[in-house]
Each structure stands twice: as structure tokens, then as C-alpha cells.
Ligand binder design. Structure first.
Ligand code: B1M
Length: 220
């Protein structure tokens, strides 16, 4: 099957919340030796974005949203181990603590970022979703992290990213960690305004950002 055809079927499987088809296509993509990162970006992500649009237009409701995200997660479960296996030799040492901030249960995008970072040679401590802010810091202290990464998908939970920077300052730890933020409503302007060290629009740019920040923090 042509690449473009398989990508559009993947997108459709997510839009329809068809978990079986999403899994079947992910397995087929691996058999065809397609790049799993590209498969996620060009096949599955456009599907879940369309679901977001349909929800916004009032054409989809919560059950559809849930069915689509379950289908997305099922496909990710097939592709992510493959991404981890295909470390392209771009080893970069560094420890990242990542999670979705408290009050926010969206974790699909954060999971993609975490697995891409891991595949690029970083030690990733993924705390999951709806994570208390103190927990990010406690984990970072425990493992000696270089980077704290905060994902937020709701305009109401973005504030958690700001608060984390403030807590780090209060605890005299701001200089110890680089803080990066991301998630659909997050922007570079927001990152700058809250005093974060960086913003990434997607998983690929998140990997570049982490590498860049660790390069700058050499010898710290
Ligand atoms: Co929700 N949801 N949702 N949802 N949901 C959004 C975010 C929304 C924009 C939909 C809409 O209205 N169009 C809207 C938020 C509106 C707003 O805040 N202004 C919304 C809402 C309102 C809600 C609920 C409140 C609905 C309700 O209950 N009434 C509720 C929230 C519950 C809560 O968190 N407390 C809710 C629930 C859910 C589901 C559980 C059904 C499900 C989540 C399942 C899960 O994640 N386990 C869900 C989904 C699937 C979505 C949409 C459709 C898709 C999100 C997604 O997975 N995108 C979403 C619409 C949208 O975003 N257009 C929506 C795909 C993913 C690959 O992209 O997460 O952006 P994304 O991640 C990208 C980048 O942003 C970036 O890289 C990733 C990979 O490219 N990135 C980072 C992400 N994190 C990063 C961190 C980094 C760097 C980059 O560094 C640390």
C-alpha cells in the first residue's frame, strides 16, 4: 500500500475511533518498514487533530473523543517500542523528568515526546498525567535531572507551568534545572513570559530543544 494511502487510513481510523483498524495499520506500517515517528506525525496525529476540530464544532461529544484517544493510544503502544529500538545513534546524555501538570489528564502528546527523547538517548522519567507540581521537583532532585518538562493541554492548566517555575525559585532551585514547556495551547511567548527555558511545538523539536539546552549547560 502507498505511504500516503496508509497515512490517510490511519487518520480515518482515529477519527472513527476504530481501535482494531488503528492497530492493524500500525502493524502493517512496521511490516512495510515505515519510520514509526513519521507514521505518528503524518498518519495518526492529523486524525486526532481532526477529532479536536469536530469536538470544537459540536459534531463530536465525549464518547467519540474517548474512542478516538483509545484508538490513538492503541496505535502508540505498537509504535513506541519500535521508536525506542531505532535509536539513530544520536546519543546525548542527560536526564529529563516529564509529565502532564496537575488537573490535566491529556497524555498522548507527552507520551510521544517522552518516547522520542528516550529514543534519542536521554534518560527519561515519565511521571504520567495529572502530576502534582511538587512531584516534578522531588523526582528531579531524586534522580539529579537536567531538565523538567511540563505538558499542558488545557488553557486552565497552563498556569501549572508558571507555578512550577515560581516554586523552583522559592526553593532556590531555579538555576539547577532547565524547564521546558509544551502542549497544544502553549506558545513560545507563553514560555518566555513565565520564565521557562524553552518551548517545543512537537516531539521532534522537543528533542532538538533538550539537546540545545544541555549543550548550553555543559560543565554546570
Ligand atoms: Co481533551 N481537550 N478534554 N480530551 N482533547 C482538548 C485539549 C481541547 C483543545 C478540545 C477542544 O475543545 N478542541 C479542549 C481544551 C480547550 C481549552 O483548554 N481551551 C479539551 C477539553 C475541554 C477536554 C475536557 C475538559 C472535556 C470535558 O471533560 N468536558 C477533558 C479534560 C479533562 C482533564 O484533563 N481534566 C478532556 C478529556 C479528553 C480525553 C480524556 C477524552 C482525551 C485525552 C486522552 C489522553 O490524552 N489520554 C482528550 C483528547 C484526545 C483531546 C484532543 C482531541 C486531542 C489531544 C491530543 O492527544 N492531541 C484535544 C484537541 C486538540 O488538541 N486539538 C483536546 C494529539 C497530540 C499528539 O498532540 O497533545 O498537542 P498534543 O502534543 C503534541 C504537542 O503539543 C507537543 O508535542 C506533542 C507531539 O507532537 N507537546 C509537547 C505536548 N506536550 C509537550 C511537552 C513538551 C514539548 C512538546 O515539553 C515538555
Amino acid at each position: 500500500m502507498e505511504k500516503e494511502k496508509i497515512y490517510s487510513l490511519m487518520s480515518l481510523a482515529i477519527i472513527e475511533g476504530n481501535q482494531e483498524e488503528a492497530i492493524r495499520l500500525a502493524e502493517e506500517a512496521l511490516k512495510l518498514n515505515l519510520d514509526p515517528t513519521e507514521v505518528i506525525e503524518k498518519g495518526y496525529i492529523p486524525g486526532i487533530q481532526k477529532v479536536g476540530d469536530l469536538w470544537e464544532k459540536g459534531e463530536y461529544f465525549l464518547p467519540e473523543l474517548i474512542a478516538s484517544s483509545e484508538a490513538m493510544k492503541a496505535a502508540m503502544a505498537i509504535l513506541e517500542p519500535e521508536i525506542k529500538k531505532r535509536d539513530k545513534g544520536l546519543k546525548a546524555k542527560g536526564k529529563v523528568v516529564i509529565g502532564t501538570v496537575e488537573g490535566d489528564i491529556h497524555d498522548i502528546g507527552k507520551n510521544i515526546v517522552a518516547s522520542m527523547l528516550q529514543a534519542s538517548g536521554f534518560e527519561v522519567h515519565d511521571l504520567g498525567a495529572d502530576v502534582k507540581l511538587e512531584k516534578f521537583i522531588d523526582k528531579a532532585e531524586e534522580v539529579g535531572a537536567d531538565i523538567i518538562g511540563l505538558s499542558a493541554l488545557l488553557t486552565t492548566t497552563m498556569i501549572g507551568q508558571k507555578k512550577l517555575v515560581e516554586i523552583l525559585k522559592e526553593r532556590q532551585l531555579r538555576e539547577r534545572y532547565k524547564v521546558i514547556v509544551g502542549g497544544a495551547p502553549v506558545t513560545a511567548e507563553w514560555a518566555k513570559s513565565i520564565g521557562a527555558d524553552g518551548y517545543a511545538e512537537n516531539a521532534v523539536t522537543a528533542v532538538h530543544l533538550v539537546k540545545e539546552l544541555l549543550g548550553q549547560s555543559k560543565g554546570r
